[in-house]
Design a protein around this ligand. Structure first.
Ligand code: FMN
Length: 396
């Protein structure tokens, strides 16, 4: 990618990774991603906001060369994770005298993760500023935008917020600005779900802190720049707020069709009662899609057959993930089938200890479901409808 100017003297100089299909060896990235780095040329000093994944270091340096950059005074480090910080050691070698500017926790992590030496780091605190001559950078400490050391940087004169992972999306595009709000909404929601949802309360606080600030552009560290910041800030307010949607997320596995018959019956029963359903066959599911669905669904029903006295291992993996991500789900239960015995329902319940959910009566049956079992699923659908009505989320 070539440098793109966002404001006079402010350039996007990072790399687009069109082919990346998995991130942190954990989350699928079906649309690739980008590692955004931004150059600010002040009248006296030059600063670089974050670097890039080390695999794309050559793209960053090529962009700096294209702009004729010979000296960088500061590298602002908003986050110590290697997809942004990993090129710092190479940058320190290349640009003699450059100082890293970051908060205390990030400094400590940089020393631990990248073996940076203390003397290369200037530590700043919340609200501190750094002048580049005609430009002023203001630092906003924002811990737990998925790691404890995260911070944001605000370029006062141009009203640009460099938000690092906050508001980011794994989305490779040749467009500097959001090319399609619908597509970016989905990618940003998925990204929020995968790494920020567990820290919903902290993110809410950061949004409140930002609410009074004039922001013309939000320049995140992944995905395109927001030239209509209200779009993504409203979406984040919605995702981090307490509201839930009239949706049942239904992750399931079925080896021989018994649980599947129950899943199909429950889907039909819920739809007949005006409740939306998002089923996920876990043998075919992209975990990012599942995480995204968990962001605002009111209810989760887990469909699990028994394998060696407990839940099928693919269900265990999904339940473990859901427990880590801590969605704002209000109701949960288990449906499924066993052959002779086990502890599937109790094991799943125990695994969801971090969620503040009310457990509804499970429907767990021996073998292929019989008439009475389907009737129990109808009663479960009634119960879910009642809860959603009480929550005021079923349209009249
Ligand atoms: C590998 C394997 C292990 C199983 N282990 C158990 C078990 O420990 N306890 C049990 O009650 N049923 C066990 N079953 C039987 C299934 O739970 C039972 O067939 C169930 O109806 C399968 O539901 P499904 O058709 O939705 O896959 C096992 C089945 C398989 C294939």
């Amino acid at each position: 990618m070539t440098p793109r100017e966002m404001a006079p003297g402010v350039f996007s100089v990072g790399a687009v990774d069109w082919d990346r299909r998995i991130f942190d060896e954990l989350v699928p990235t079906p649309h690739g991603t980008s590692y955004n780095s931004y150059l600010i040329r002040g009248s006296e000093k030059t600063a670089l906001i974050d670097t890039v994944d080390p695999a794309t270091f050559a793209d960053l340096t090529a962009n700096l060369e294209r702009l004729g950059v010979e000296k960088i005074d500061y590298i602002i480090v908003n986050h110590a994770e290697q997809d942004h910080s990993g090129s710092i050691p190479a940058m320190l070698d290349r640009f003699e005298g450059v100082k890293l500017v970051t908060d205390q926790k990030c400094r400590d992590l940089l020393i631990d993760l990248l073996r940076i030496t203390e003397d290369r780091v200037v530590v700043i605190g919340d609200g501190d500023t750094l002048t580049l001559g005609d430009r002023t950078l203001e630092f906003i400490i924002a811990p737990w935008v998925h790691w404890p050391e995260t911070m944001l940087t605000y370029l006062r004169e141009d009203r640009i917020l460099f938000s690092c992972d906050l508001f980011g999306s794994h989305y490779a595009t040749s467009s500097l600005y959001v090319p399609d709000e619908g597509a970016i909404y989905e990618s940003a929601k998925r990204y929020y779900a995968e790494i920020m949802m567990p820290f919903r309360a902290s993110i809410k606080g950061h949004l409140e802190k930002l609410a009074t600030r004039e922001i013309a552009l939000i320049a995140p560290s992944h995905g395109p720049v927001y030239d209509r910041p209200a779009f993504i800030m409203d979406a984040y307010r919605d995702w981090t707020g307490d509201g839930v949607r009239n949706v049942v997320v239904l992750p399931y596995v079925s080896m021989h069709g018994s649980t599947r018959a129950m899943v199909d019956h429950l889907i039909a029963a819920l739809v007949q009662r005006g409740v939306m359903v998002q089923p996920f066959n876990l043998t075919k599911t992209d975990t990012g899609d599942l995480a995204k669905a968990l962001v605002d669904a009111a209810t989760v029903v887990i469909g699990a057959p028994t394998v060696i006295f407990g839940p099928h291992p693919q269900v265990v993996s999904a339940v473990y993930l859901a427990n880590l991500l801590r969605p704002k789900t209000r109701y949960a239960t288990v449906i499924g089938s066993y052959g002779w015995g086990g502890k599937t329902v109790d094991t799943i319940k125990d695994m969801l200890g971090r969620l503040r959910v009310e457990f509804l009566e499970p429907v767990y049956v021996q073998g292929y479901p019989k008439e009475g079992d389907f009737a129990a699923l109808d009663r479960l659908a009634d119960e879910i409808k009642k809860r959603h009505e009480e929550a005021g989320i079923i349209p009249a």
